[in-house]
Design a protein around this ligand. Structure first.
Ligand code: ADP
Ligand code: ASP
Ligand code: MG
Length: 841
């Protein structure tokens, strides 16, 4: 009896009353009964709950024993030495008794049972080996012995503690069908039997789970993991106030905690949600157990034997719908079977025939979907039923196959079902879309999609090997309140180094915005360093030198799989052409690519399109905002305009920081040679300024802009007039360059004077007009946007359908490590698919 405030007083009433809210049913599974520590922990829990209330305890076998008994049978059927496995099972049980007896604790009923079983089981094993087969009836007797032992041992242990304990066999659970291995219990018929058995009994009744006895006293099993079901039917028949399932985990998790390390323990789930999750693999409670509990509305707690202070998960009808998605589960070893052919179209009763054919072989169909064209039907069964199912369908559709009405029945083994479950899903749109996007973001192909009309679950069929990645991706999409941004930085020079410094500065603020940016690897031209976890941004230079290794592109490709990354991004801060040639491969292997490197976008048009196709096909992002005018949001703006129906008429731009600086100085009257020398001194030029003066850098940027607006051009199609005649400077060494330029000083000064007389200034301009691109020195009015741009600044002037006669102008620094790195950073943030905060309860 529990008093207000939770205090317990001893209960003297022994007679069991049906529908007794104080009655507690407790189930301890194999994970709680792995060894003596587990038995003691379980006994402590039983004892603490038994103070003041009647408790019925239902036990599984010692961990692993059922599997060993099964191995013994299967080995003996094949004529092998099944005794070897029997010995292992008995040794495992014996060792617990021995340990107890060393502590002076005797376990008479368990010890006797074990001795008896030793000879019975070995005789049975010999018989099976001789016959080469094992009738289901014998199989049931052998497998049930594990529970027979553990329940007796627990009763002995509790008695030793001075508790009032009754052991009862399961003849109180009359069976509702004649299946030897997967029987059902007749709950209504069990009510009087339980009432009678428990009437004069003790405060604690211990029962073996997993089996019942039929009217002839024969043992029938309740299916693998059947002890949950035993507990559930006992709770339903007695009308218990609560059924507790004790495990080795804190409760029902949002996903299998062995696969998804950050799975969350749920406070509560509804019966329907628990059914959907367990049906498709969440092993935490057997699916079969939920119907009896739901039928009688008996709340069920899932608790941790090894940490009983934790509240666990409550499965009940009143579970609040604060979570739209409650959990994700996966079922392995599934086979998908497809029937397809024109002969299925418009024919009535095909689905029924499929179901009947499989039902007659006792094969349960996990899911079934029909294409809307009625051209194909796909169904999933367990791998163990694959052969039987294929045969049954081949026979059933023999006529149709013979006459070519359906094609060969296609069978895909090694599939898995991943399902998303939550009652709240009914009220929200876009859940399926997000589910599928998450799966595709993990580069997993979805073969079949099924959503029940209750909308409590959506299930997909994927290749078995892909199930874990799919699970993790979905879990992140629906349960993570922070997004992981995993990056691999190739090139840690000026821009790359600055980017790492910006990461470090921004890390805290990103975390506050639920984004966790993690640098997983960095490389320079010589070495690659892959972090075990996350790179230490304090000392990356030293670490790269000390721990980095020479690398190849293959090493980069393997990082994703080795570290299990879902949506990683490769950042190219080099100017390397070969690396740019790898982008398609990176995209095909599940990486996003963020490029400061212009080489890829100015390679052949064929490669240009290949990269975009690869990005689209793989649901990856290829971003390169800094290819033109560094951090200025030029390309993004242009893409936005074009998407909204605008059209470029004319483009003109100052796209080179160095030439912007040089032409500004010329305007001030400085001779060309001095202006170039000054720009070099200020660090505004490439190490060899001829790379700027040749105009090719501007030509590449102009090509990128042109392709962005849909012009199908190659680099060769751009007309380039170098900033200075190249033959005048090409023959000299770098140190003599400035002297060589002096020969051009007078000519330049004259051009500038002539332009000035017209109110114009000289600028080095990239222009797109009438579908053609040209890079050249132009005299532009000093009052117009380009005329005012100098000192290293860039400017882009767009005349479009909507922006005319006054153009859209963007200007600002278009070079320099800080703005370029910031632009790359912006691209990285755009690779993220955000968790939908509203999906997290
Ligand atoms: P027992 O034999 O004690 O009944 P099981 O081994 O059958 O226990 O099941 C418990 C295991 O189920 C846990 O150890 C856990 O790894 C796994 N599991 C799978 N899915 C889930 C989930 N969604 N929540 C909790 N545990 C899960
Ligand atoms: N021992 C049985 C099994 O392993 C029943 C159970 O554990 O619930 O299937
Ligand atoms: Mg189990």
């Amino acid at each position: 009896m529990i008093l207000p405030g939770g205090l317990c007083v001893p209960c003297t009433r022994m007679r069991i009353e049906m529908n007794d809210p104080e009655l507690l049913v407790q189930k301890f599974g194999g994970t709680s009964l792995a060894d003596l520590k587990g038995f003691n922990a379980s006994a402590d829990i039983i004892e603490s709950h038994a103070a003041g209330r009647r408790v019925i305890v239902v036990l599984s076998a010692v961990k692993g024993v059922t599997d060993l008994l099964l191995a013994a049978i299967d080995t003996a059927v094949e004529g092998g030495n099944g005794g070897h496995y029997l010995d292992q099972a008995i040794d495992r049980e014996r060792s617990i008794i021995d340990e107890l007896s060393q502590q002076g604790i005797s376990t008479p009923s368990a010890a006797n049972f074990l001795e008896e079983q030793r000879s019975t089981l070995s005789q049975r094993e010999q018989g099976i080996r001789l016959l080469g087969q094992c009738p289901d009836e014998t199989r049931a007797k052998i497998l049930a012995s594990g529970e027979g032992f553990s329940s007796r041992l627990m009763a002995d242990l509790l008695r030793h503690r001075g508790l009032n304990v009754q052991w009862s066999d399961t003849d109180v659970l009359p069976l509702a069908n004649d299946s030897w291995l997967d029987a059902l219990v007749d709950i209504e018929a069990a009510i009087p039997l339980l009432a009678e058995r428990l009437e004069e009994g003790a405060g604690i009744t211990v029962l073996p789970g997993f089996y019942g006895r039929n009217a002839d006293g024969g043992i029938q099993l309740l299916g693998r993991n059947g002890t949950d079901y035993s507990a559930a039917v006992i709770a339903a028949a007695t009308g218990a106030g609560l059924c507790q399932i004790w495990k080795d985990v804190d409760g029902f998790f949002s996903a299998d905690p062995r696969i998804v390390s950050n799975a969350q323990c749920l406070d509560e789930v509804s019966y329907d949600e628990a059914m959907e999750l367990t049906y498709f693999g969440a092993k935490v409670i057997s699916a079969k157990a939920l119907a009896p509990l739901a039928g009688k509305q008996i709340p069920c707690e899932i608790r941790n034997t090894y940490d009983p202070s934790k509240p666990g998960t409550l499965v009940h009808s009143g579970a609040k719908r604060t979570h739209i998605v409650r959990g994700i589960s996966h079922l392995h070893d599934v086979t998908s079977i497809t029937l397809q052919g024109g002969g299925l179209r418009g024919r009535v009763g095909i689905a029924r025939r499929v179901m009947d054919a499989l039902a007659s072989e006792s094969i349960s169909i996990l899911l079934i979907v029909q294409s809307s064209s009625e051209y194909s039907i796909t169904l999933c069964v367990r791998r163990s039923d694959e052969d039987k199912a294929r045969k049954a369908l081949e026979e059933e559709f023999h006529f149709e196959r013979l006459h070519g009405l359906i094609e060969e029945i296609s069978v895909q083994s090694d599939r898995a079902v991943v399902s998303l479950v939550g009652e709240g899903m009914k009220q929200y749109r876009g859940i399926a879309a997000r589910f599928l996007t998450a799966i595709s973001s993990a580069s997993v192909n979805v073969e079949v999609i099924a959503q029940g009309s209750t909308e409590t679950a959506i299930a997909v069929v994927v290749k078995g090997e892909a199930a874990q990645s799919a699970m993790r991706a979905c879990h992140t999409a629906f349960f993570s309140d922070s997004t992981h941004i995993d990056v691999i930085l190739l090139g840690c020079g000026n821009v790359g180094g600055e980017l790492l410094a910006q990461f470090q500065r921004q890390a805290q603020s990103l975390r506050e915005h639920h984004a966790d940016l993690r640098v997983r690897a960095i490389a320079n031209s010589r070495k690659l360093l892959v972090a075990d976890d996350v790179l230490d941004l304090e000392c990356w230079r030293e670490d790269l030198e000390a721990k980095g290794r020479p690398w190849s592109f293959d090493d980069v490709i393997t990082i994703r799989e080795n570290l299990g990354l879902l949506n990683p991004t490769i950042i190219d801060c080099t100017t390397d052409e070969e690396l740019a040639g790898q982008y398609v491969r990176f995209l095909n292997n599940g990486f996003n690519v963020v490029a400061a490197n212009k080489k890829a976008n100015t390679a052949s048009l064929e490669y240009y399109h290949e990269m975009r196709d690869a990005a689209e096909k793989n649901f990856r992002k290829f971003l390169y905002e800094t290819n033109v005018a560094a951090g200025l949001p030029v390309l993004d703006t242009m893409q936005g305009l074009i998407r909204s129906g605008d059209k470029l008429k004319t483009f003109e731009g100052i796209l080179s920081g160095s030439l912007s600086m040089i032409f500004g100085l010329l305007e001030d009257g400085m001779p060309l040679s001095a202006a170039v020398a000054k720009a070099m001194e200020l660090g505004f030029t490439e190490p060899d300024p001829r790379d700027d003066l040749s105009g090719m850098d501007v030509a590449r940027k102009l090509l990128i802009v042109a392709r962005e607006v849909g012009l199908q051009l190659e680099l060769d199609d751009i007309e380039v007039e170098p900033a200075v005649p190249l033959d005048a400077v090409s023959q000299v060494g770098r140190s003599e360059l400035i002297d060589a330029l002096q020969s051009l000083d007078e000519d330049f000064s004259a051009r500038i004077r002539a332009a000035g007389a017209d109110g114009k200034v000289l600028r080095y301009v990239g222009r797109i007009e009438d579908g053609k691109c040209r890079v050249a020195i132009e005299a532009v009015p000093s009052q117009k946007p380009l005329g005012a741009v100098r000192d290293g600044e860039n400017a882009l002037v767009l005349f479009t359908r909507y922006y005319q006669p006054i153009p859209l102008v963007m200007r600002g620094y278009g070079a320099g490590a800080a703005v370029t790195a910031a632009g790359v950073f912006g691209d990285i943030l755009r690779t993220v698919w955000r968790p939908l905060d509203q999906y997290v309860g």
